[in-house]
Design a protein around this ligand. Structure first.
Ligand code: MN
Length: 198
Protein backbone atom coordinates (compact mmCIF):
# COMPACT_ATOMS: atom_id res chain seq x y z
CA UNK A 1 0.00 0.00 0.00
CA UNK A 2 1.47 3.34 -1.02
CA UNK A 3 1.04 6.75 0.50
CA UNK A 4 -1.40 9.06 -1.24
CA UNK A 5 -1.88 12.81 -1.42
CA UNK A 6 -4.60 13.67 1.12
CA UNK A 7 -7.62 15.64 -0.02
CA UNK A 8 -8.05 19.08 1.53
CA UNK A 9 -11.09 19.89 3.69
CA UNK A 10 -11.48 23.19 1.81
CA UNK A 11 -11.02 24.56 -1.71
CA UNK A 12 -7.79 26.20 -2.85
CA UNK A 13 -9.13 29.76 -2.55
CA UNK A 14 -10.72 29.21 0.88
CA UNK A 15 -7.81 30.78 2.76
CA UNK A 16 -7.72 33.99 0.69
CA UNK A 17 -6.42 36.59 1.31
CA UNK A 18 -4.06 35.05 3.88
CA UNK A 19 -2.85 32.29 1.57
CA UNK A 20 -3.64 32.78 -2.11
CA UNK A 21 -5.28 30.09 -4.23
CA UNK A 22 -2.37 29.72 -6.66
CA UNK A 23 0.07 29.08 -3.82
CA UNK A 24 -2.29 26.52 -2.28
CA UNK A 25 -2.76 24.74 -5.60
CA UNK A 26 0.95 24.49 -6.40
CA UNK A 27 1.89 23.69 -2.81
CA UNK A 28 -0.64 20.86 -2.48
CA UNK A 29 -0.88 19.40 -5.99
CA UNK A 30 2.80 19.78 -6.99
CA UNK A 31 5.08 20.05 -3.94
CA UNK A 32 3.21 17.70 -1.63
CA UNK A 33 2.49 15.27 -4.47
CA UNK A 34 6.22 15.12 -5.23
CA UNK A 35 7.02 14.27 -1.58
CA UNK A 36 4.45 11.47 -1.71
CA UNK A 37 5.76 10.06 -5.00
CA UNK A 38 9.40 10.28 -3.96
CA UNK A 39 8.67 8.71 -0.56
CA UNK A 40 6.85 5.80 -2.18
CA UNK A 41 9.80 5.24 -4.50
CA UNK A 42 12.31 5.51 -1.65
CA UNK A 43 10.64 2.91 0.59
CA UNK A 44 9.50 0.45 -2.09
CA UNK A 45 10.84 -2.98 -1.22
CA UNK A 46 12.38 -1.85 2.10
CA UNK A 47 11.46 -2.66 5.70
CA UNK A 48 9.68 0.73 5.89
CA UNK A 49 7.05 -0.25 3.35
CA UNK A 50 3.71 -0.72 5.13
CA UNK A 51 4.64 1.37 8.16
CA UNK A 52 2.60 4.45 9.04
CA UNK A 53 3.99 7.88 8.22
CA UNK A 54 4.33 8.62 11.97
CA UNK A 55 6.30 5.39 12.50
CA UNK A 56 8.67 6.30 9.68
CA UNK A 57 9.38 9.67 11.34
CA UNK A 58 9.99 8.12 14.77
CA UNK A 59 12.24 5.34 13.47
CA UNK A 60 14.46 7.86 11.69
CA UNK A 61 16.69 6.99 8.78
CA UNK A 62 20.13 7.54 7.27
CA UNK A 63 18.57 7.81 3.83
CA UNK A 64 18.08 11.45 2.75
CA UNK A 65 15.28 10.48 0.34
CA UNK A 66 13.25 8.94 3.18
CA UNK A 67 14.06 11.69 5.68
CA UNK A 68 13.24 14.53 3.30
CA UNK A 69 10.22 13.08 1.53
CA UNK A 70 8.84 11.25 4.55
CA UNK A 71 9.13 14.46 6.54
CA UNK A 72 7.61 16.35 3.64
CA UNK A 73 4.58 14.06 3.53
CA UNK A 74 4.06 14.03 7.31
CA UNK A 75 4.57 17.78 7.72
CA UNK A 76 2.28 18.83 4.88
CA UNK A 77 -0.48 16.36 5.77
CA UNK A 78 -0.51 17.94 9.23
CA UNK A 79 -0.21 21.51 7.95
CA UNK A 80 -3.32 21.33 5.72
CA UNK A 81 -5.42 20.21 8.69
CA UNK A 82 -4.09 23.05 10.84
CA UNK A 83 -5.47 25.66 8.43
CA UNK A 84 -9.08 26.75 8.24
CA UNK A 85 -10.98 29.69 6.82
CA UNK A 86 -12.54 31.85 9.50
CA UNK A 87 -11.32 29.85 12.43
CA UNK A 88 -11.11 30.82 16.06
CA UNK A 89 -8.62 33.58 16.81
CA UNK A 90 -7.13 31.98 19.92
CA UNK A 91 -6.43 28.58 21.47
CA UNK A 92 -9.06 26.64 23.37
CA UNK A 93 -9.25 24.02 26.12
CA UNK A 94 -6.11 22.26 27.33
CA UNK A 95 -3.90 24.02 24.80
CA UNK A 96 -5.14 27.37 26.03
CA UNK A 97 -4.33 26.31 29.62
CA UNK A 98 -0.85 25.05 28.69
CA UNK A 99 -0.07 28.21 26.69
CA UNK A 100 -0.96 30.22 29.81
CA UNK A 101 1.77 28.28 31.64
CA UNK A 102 4.43 29.34 29.12
CA UNK A 103 3.61 33.02 29.34
CA UNK A 104 0.21 33.40 27.70
CA UNK A 105 -1.06 33.77 24.14
CA UNK A 106 0.72 37.02 23.25
CA UNK A 107 4.06 35.64 24.47
CA UNK A 108 3.40 32.42 22.55
CA UNK A 109 2.66 34.38 19.35
CA UNK A 110 5.92 36.26 19.78
CA UNK A 111 7.96 33.11 20.44
CA UNK A 112 6.37 31.12 17.62
CA UNK A 113 6.76 34.02 15.18
CA UNK A 114 10.41 34.42 16.14
CA UNK A 115 11.00 30.70 15.62
CA UNK A 116 9.41 30.99 12.16
CA UNK A 117 11.22 34.19 11.18
CA UNK A 118 14.67 33.15 12.40
CA UNK A 119 14.74 29.64 10.92
CA UNK A 120 17.47 30.24 8.34
CA UNK A 121 16.64 28.99 4.85
CA UNK A 122 13.88 26.41 4.59
CA UNK A 123 12.13 24.72 7.48
CA UNK A 124 9.24 24.69 9.91
CA UNK A 125 8.21 26.35 13.17
CA UNK A 126 6.49 24.08 15.69
CA UNK A 127 4.48 23.96 18.88
CA UNK A 128 5.31 20.61 20.43
CA UNK A 129 3.60 18.62 23.18
CA UNK A 130 6.12 17.10 25.57
CA UNK A 131 5.61 13.76 27.33
CA UNK A 132 4.49 15.57 30.52
CA UNK A 133 1.83 17.52 28.60
CA UNK A 134 3.70 20.83 28.58
CA UNK A 135 4.23 22.78 25.37
CA UNK A 136 7.46 23.98 23.72
CA UNK A 137 8.08 26.23 20.71
CA UNK A 138 10.85 25.07 18.38
CA UNK A 139 11.85 24.92 14.71
CA UNK A 140 13.47 22.41 12.37
CA UNK A 141 15.42 22.71 9.11
CA UNK A 142 14.25 21.43 5.72
CA UNK A 143 11.50 18.78 6.12
CA UNK A 144 12.64 17.57 9.54
CA UNK A 145 10.11 17.52 12.38
CA UNK A 146 10.05 16.95 16.16
CA UNK A 147 9.08 13.28 15.79
CA UNK A 148 12.51 12.55 14.29
CA UNK A 149 15.31 11.33 16.55
CA UNK A 150 17.59 13.98 14.97
CA UNK A 151 15.41 16.91 16.11
CA UNK A 152 16.84 19.30 18.74
CA UNK A 153 13.47 19.29 20.55
CA UNK A 154 11.51 16.07 20.31
CA UNK A 155 7.81 15.69 20.99
CA UNK A 156 4.43 15.54 19.31
CA UNK A 157 3.70 18.41 16.92
CA UNK A 158 0.36 20.11 17.61
CA UNK A 159 0.96 23.17 15.41
CA UNK A 160 3.36 23.67 12.51
CA UNK A 161 4.12 26.44 10.05
CA UNK A 162 5.84 25.85 6.73
CA UNK A 163 8.40 28.62 6.15
CA UNK A 164 9.80 27.32 2.88
CA UNK A 165 9.64 30.06 0.25
CA UNK A 166 7.29 27.88 -1.83
CA UNK A 167 4.71 28.38 0.95
CA UNK A 168 4.52 32.16 0.61
CA UNK A 169 6.70 33.65 -2.14
CA UNK A 170 4.00 34.30 -4.78
CA UNK A 171 2.08 36.58 -2.42
CA UNK A 172 4.61 37.73 0.15
CA UNK A 173 7.91 37.56 -1.80
CA UNK A 174 10.80 38.18 0.63
CA UNK A 175 8.48 39.33 3.45
CA UNK A 176 8.39 36.17 5.52
CA UNK A 177 7.39 38.13 8.66
CA UNK A 178 4.16 39.30 6.95
CA UNK A 179 3.28 35.70 6.05
CA UNK A 180 4.00 34.55 9.61
CA UNK A 181 1.81 37.31 11.05
CA UNK A 182 -1.04 36.48 8.65
CA UNK A 183 -0.86 32.76 9.52
CA UNK A 184 -2.53 33.51 12.86
CA UNK A 185 -5.74 34.42 10.95
CA UNK A 186 -6.18 30.87 9.60
CA UNK A 187 -5.07 28.55 12.41
CA UNK A 188 -7.50 25.74 13.18
CA UNK A 189 -7.28 25.88 16.98
CA UNK A 190 -9.91 23.14 17.35
CA UNK A 191 -7.56 20.84 15.42
CA UNK A 192 -4.61 21.90 17.62
CA UNK A 193 -6.68 20.96 20.67
CA UNK A 194 -7.66 17.63 19.08
CA UNK A 195 -4.01 16.80 18.38
CA UNK A 196 -3.03 17.76 21.92
CA UNK A 197 -5.72 15.49 23.43
CA UNK A 198 -4.82 12.44 21.29
MN1 MN B 1 5.75 23.19 1.84
Amino acid sequence: MSFELPKLNYVYDALEPTIDARTMEIHHSKHHQAYVDNLNNAIAGTELEGKSIEEIQKIGTDKPAVRNNGGGHYNHSLFWELLTPGGRKAPVGNVKAEIEKIGGFEKFKEDFSNAAKTRFGSGWAWLVKNSDGSLTVTSTPNQDNPLMPVADVQGTPVLGLDVWEHAYYLKYQNKRPDYVAAFFDVINWDKVEELYNK
